[in-house]
Write a protein that binds this ligand. Structure first.
Ligand SMILES: O=C[C@H](O)[C@H](O)[C@H](O)COP(=O)(O)O
Length: 214
């Protein structure tokens, strides 16, 4: 089965976690696009969505789903998103689509985080996928030097500006044996807005194609 079909199957499965009549948290990316297709089929039974990117907001509205601000939405029952890598503890690397900060905020504000992946994204140790870091533009070079001191090789994702007006550094060469410690350490670098490690708040449920990760 190809990767696209695996993503689509995970998106179909994710629908089981959506509460009709409630607000749904929606992530960003190609896997989420399949999920939004599924969500569109029950658009009249969903109150609204909280969206992690302008891109997802457009897709949601195109399928007749109202998009509301997280402020005022209260605690979200379920947040559904993809990931770039997932370890056996459901800790993730995210941000390949530069939406990491809003994704992390909505995940934090949600009761349940359902993550959809295809099998190729499963790893024993996170870090093969370059770790995205969202940075305030004026701090780019400083943050890059700080990351080098910590053993990473940052590459500026040139031309990419996040929905928050910031830049992204992709950090290569990391073997992240303690993701919680690395997340904390990167968060402490001045100028870093968000690191794409979801370790302190990992996923609650990981769907891999038509399987549920134990
Ligand atoms: O910023 C983007 C997100 O973290 C995505 O969830 C992640 O990059 C996975 O995207 P895709 O489903 O396209 O592989």
């Amino acid at each position: 089965m190809d990767r696209e079909e695996q993503k689509r199957l995970a998106a179909v499965q994710a629908m089981r976690y959506v509460e009709e009549g409630g607000i749904v948290g929606v992530g960003t990316g190609s896997t989420v696009a399949y999920f939004i297709d599924e969500l569109g089929k029950i658009a009249d039974r969903i109150e609204a969505a909280v969206s992690s990117s302008e891109r997802s907001s457009e897709l949601l509205r195109a399928r007749g789903i109202r998009v509301v601000d997280l402020n005022g939405a209260g605690t979200i029952p379920v947040y559904v998103d993809g990931a770039d890598e997932c370890d056996p503890h459901k800790r993730l690397i995210k941000g390949g689509g530069a939406a990491l900060t809003r994704e992390k905020i909505i995940a934090a504000a949600s009761q349940k985080f359902v993550c959809m992946i295809d099998p190729a994204k499963r790893v024993d140790v996170l870090g093969k996928f370059p770790l995205p870091v969202e940075v305030i533009p004026m701090a780019r070079s400083y943050v890059a030097r700080e990351i080098v001191k910590r053993g990473g090789q940052p590459v500026w994702r040139e031309g990419v500006v996040t929905d928050n007006g910031n830049v992204v550094l992709d950090v290569h060469g990391m073997r992240i044996v303690d993701p919680v410690a690395t997340e904390r350490e990167f968060n402490q670098i001045v100028g870093v807005v968000c690191v794409g490690l979801f370790a302190a708040r990992p996923a609650d449920v990981v769907l891999i194609g038509d399987q549920v990760m134990a």
